[in-house]
Write a protein that binds this ligand. Structure first.
Ligand code: ZN
Length: 203
């Protein structure tokens, strides 16, 4: 399986990191080894001093495809969850300054956390999907699919021009404003609407 991530998909988040708002989806990948296994412990990585959370809606790809038109893209995912695209922000800042790839900041073991998968219903797809992240029971991030620059279908159309999508691939669809640091001992809980899809502690 592959893990795709969309960068700068919410205007307010692009602004808070002083990035340009992109004209087409910004795509990067994490390897399979980045996925934190369900129930596994999350450990604060030793190579960073600035671990950031990015709460995101995550799509589960349910059909193989390439060159998928935007009008057909809805047939290629059937579950959704909330996840965290963990980022070593200090490492990323150094890499960005030098114009180097992001993987050391974004693609390390355990950097992709996902919650419980929820089956998508037509009703859910016809309304904005709200999601949020609480740390130690305090709301730190909230977003809605309606605020995304590029929709789920546009993202799938774009990715599939370059990469074959396979059943089981995940797409992190970008984070809204409000990213920030977390430290050892923090308890992170992700919600889709009012439903809690994950909760874990930073060890
Ligand atoms: Zn992200």
């Amino acid at each position: 399986m592959k893990i795709f991530c969309v960068g700068r998909n919410y205007t307010e988040h692009a602004k808070e990191l002083k990035n340009e708002v992109p004209a087409e989806p910004v795509i990067f990948l994490k390897p399979k080894s980045a996925l934190l296994a369900p129930g596994a412990q999350f450990y604060y990585p030793e190579f960073t001093n600035e671990l950031h959370y990015e709460a995101e809606l995550v799509l589960y790809i349910s059909k193989n495809g390439r060159y998928i038109p935007e009008s057909q893209a809805h047939k290629y995912y059937d579950h959704i969850t909330v996840g965290i695209d963990f980022t070593a922000r200090d490492i990323q800042a150094e890499l960005k300054k030098k114009g180097l790839p992001w993987e050391k900041a974004k693609a390390w073991d355990g950097s992709a956390v996902t919650g419980r998968l929820i089956r998508l219903t037509p009703d859910m797809l016809n309304a904005p999907l709200a999601f949020s992240l609480k740390i130690n029971n305090v709301l730190v991030q909230q977003g809605s699919s309606s605020d995304m620059l590029f929709s789920f279908n546009r993202i799938i159309a774009d990715i599939s021009q370059y990469f074959t999508l396979n059943i089981g691939d995940l797409i992190y669809t970008g984070t809204p404003a409000g990213v920030g640091e977390c430290v050892v001992g923090d308890v992170l809980a992700g919600y889709l609407g009012d439903e809690k899809l994950f909760e874990f502690e930073i060890n």
